[in-house]
Design a protein around this ligand. Structure first.
Ligand SMILES: [Zn+2]
Length: 256
């Protein structure tokens, strides 16, 4: 008769090792970006963007282009109907980007950690699929929207672009005194954050992950982009100096 003792012991050792490996992996690997559906947020986004334009980007037109029949008096019903009729499409859009991000976000966050010298692996950012091509983000709770019709690489670009904004603002809050009291949604710091994203996401180490060039979305920022780029080249590797020096390009607006 074979004694089960040694077999049990071996089995226990294997189980313990597996458990330890899983715990170590779980500690190291966490999900940084998750994407969900959120119809209620689309009610708000329609209301906020139905007549909105910023730095040459016309969001009102973008909404009308995809939804010519939506207007102020029918938008709640319109959005309800759209979600009902297109539920499969929206679910699929959401699933696809989550699958893609689960394969690629770790590489992106590793590069972001290197860039800022901080650990963002434990941060959690929440994205929502939207039926409108506005793609807003909300810095205060690290959430953002992605237009459902974008292809997979463009959806990932939005998720990575917004993640870089959240990390940039965290870095500014921690290390750059000159950004204190500056608005993150408007004015110099916001404009610099958009330009920063174009510079950074076009670096080779980020391009291998994004797989398509990052464009400046706001035409009104083109001139400032040309002025900021040389400051990056001089300060590459010193983010704090780069941000502080770049902000000197904007006129100082006294705080009210
Ligand atoms: Zn942006």
């Amino acid at each position: 008769m074979v004694s089960l003792g040694p077999i049990r012991q071996t089995l226990n050792n294997v189980l313990t090792l597996n458990l330890l490996a899983e715990m170590a992996w779980g500690f190291y690997y966490s999900i940084m970006i998750t994407v969900k559906l959120n119809k209620e947020l689309d009610y708000e986004v329609y209301d906020d963007f139905k007549a909105f334009e910023m730095s040459g980007a016309n969001f009102a037109e973008a909404i009308k282009k995809d939804h010519s029949n939506i207007h102020e008096d029918n938008y709640l019903q319109y959005i309800d109907d759209f979600y009902k009729t297109n539920s499969d499409l929206l679910e699929k859009s959401c699933q696809e980007i989550n699958d893609y991000l689960s394969q690629n976000q770790e590489a992106f966050f590793a590069k972001m950690n290197e860039l800022f010298g901080l650990d963002f692996f434990t941060d959690e950012y929440l994205g929502y699929i939207s039926i409108f091509n506005c793609n807003p983000r909300y810095v205060e709770n690290k959430t953002f929207q992605i237009f459902y019709k974008k292809d997979l690489l463009d959806k990932a670009e939005v998720a990575f672009h917004e993640s870089l904004h959240f990390a940039f603002f965290d870095f500014c809050d921690l290390f750059v005194d000159e950004t204190r009291n500056l608005d993150k949604n408007n004015g110099p710091l916001w404009e610099l954050s958009e330009i920063f994203n174009v510079i950074i996401l076009n670096l080779p180490q980020f391009q291998t992950i994004l797989k398509r060039p990052e464009q400046l979305f706001y035409p009104g920022l083109k001139e400032k982009f040309k002025q900021v780029q040389p400051i990056w080249l001089v300060n590459e590797g010193n983010l704090k100096n780069f941000i502080a020096e770049s902000l000197n390009l904007w006129p100082k607006v006294p705080l009210t």
